[in-house]
Design a binder for this molecule. Structure first.
Ligand SMILES: CC(C)(COP(=O)(O)OP(=O)(O)OC[C@H]1O[C@@H](n2cnc3c(N)ncnc32)[C@H](O)[C@@H]1OP(=O)(O)O)[C@@H](O)C(=O)NCCC(=O)NCCS
Length: 273
């Protein structure tokens, strides 16, 4: 077990690894993660362009929870993240998930020193959900950031229950609280309980664009007229334009900041190159 995870309580039969230590688990973890998303979510060109950097450049931040039973070992959960430089000011957060990922890649190419970890995703296998594994993966992600000497983990979080409220503006959804003061959304709650604060909604965090035929292929739906359509798994309507033969979807997310080591300013933790 990597030392950063040594004090973590894992479910029986589970092992938490970094791709840096056991690279052979990259492909199986990637396959499990791809399987949890609706097809259209796998057509973000930024993700297509940047994804390979995760295991090639930053394998120490790609984590896998393995579950062993008898002679079988399987991927129960996985998380991906990429480092970047951030001033610690809310205004310096990227526009959304796409911009965050592109910034990590561009800064790496420019040899800029990172001081922050940017979450990419956490996925729990469908038959392993509802057991607190997402909190465990988030804690592991936070620990890798602390180990790297970073002052914060930032996350443009995809709120899972927004799927039931596709027409609500994300700025409003981000502020929606239960009577106990915790966020309405269960995935935002996991981040808040881990120590994060909500910064703002990000209405255009990811952009997915395709021809009308591609949207039909991805969703199985027919689009007889131009206009907004509700699609299974989407957090907002997909806008179809028949004349332009284009469907466009903006995945709305919520910016959250996890201060680490008690500081909210990563600039205090490590200098920006
Ligand atoms: C989001 C995800 C990571 C949560 O994983 P998980 O291990 O099932 O979550 P947990 O067991 O830690 O539960 C987290 C919260 O979600 C709630 N929850 C769990 N399963 C739920 C379900 N099916 N429906 C609604 N809420 C649910 C839990 O009650 C808990 O909230 P609470 O403690 O305040 O009640 C998992 O559902 C997943 O992989 N989804 C697909 C990928 C994704 O959306 N990832 C997040 C964006 S990157």
């Amino acid at each position: 077990m990597h030392p950063a995870f040594a004090s973590m309580a894992l479910p029986p039969g589970c092992r938490l690894i970094r791709i840096a230590d056991e690279p052979e688990w990259w492909r199986p973890s990637d396959e499990m993660c791809s399987a949890v998303w609706p097809e259209f979510m796998l057509h973000d060109p930024v993700a297509d362009r940047c994804w390979h950097h995760l295991n090639e450049v930053w394998p120490e931040f790609q984590l896998v929870l393995l579950e062993e039973s008898g002679t079988q070992t399987r991927v129960a959960a996985a998380s991906q993240a990429a480092p970047l430089a951030w001033t610690g000011q809310d205004g310096d957060l990227p526009e959304g998930w796409d911009c965050q990922f592109e910034r990590s890649v561009a800064e790496r190419a420019a040899d800029r020193l990172p001081n922050t970890l940017g979450a990419i995703q956490i996925c729990v296998a469908a038959d392993r959900r509802g057991r607190g594994l997402s909190s465990l993966m988030l804690e592991a992600m936070r620990r890798t950031a602390v180990e790297a000497g970073f002052g914060a983990l930032i996350a443009c979080v995809r709120p899972t229950d927004k799927v039931g409220h596709p027409n609500m503006p994300i700025e409003q959804y981000a502020c929606w609280q239960r009577a106990d003061g915790l966020p309405f959304d269960p995935w935002l709650r996991v981040h808040v309980r881990a120590g994060a604060r909500i910064v703002r909604g990000s209405p255009r965090s990811m952009t997915i664009s395709g021809s009308v035929a591609e949207w039909h292929e991805w969703t199985g739906l027919d689009f007889p007229a131009s206009g907004p359509y509700l699609v299974e798994g989407a957090l907002a309507p997909v806008e179809i334009d028949l004349a332009a033969d284009r469907g466009i979807y903006f995945d709305p997310n919520v910016w959250m900041v996890h201060p680490l080591s008690g500081a909210d300013s990563p600039a205090d933790q490590a200098p920006l190159a």
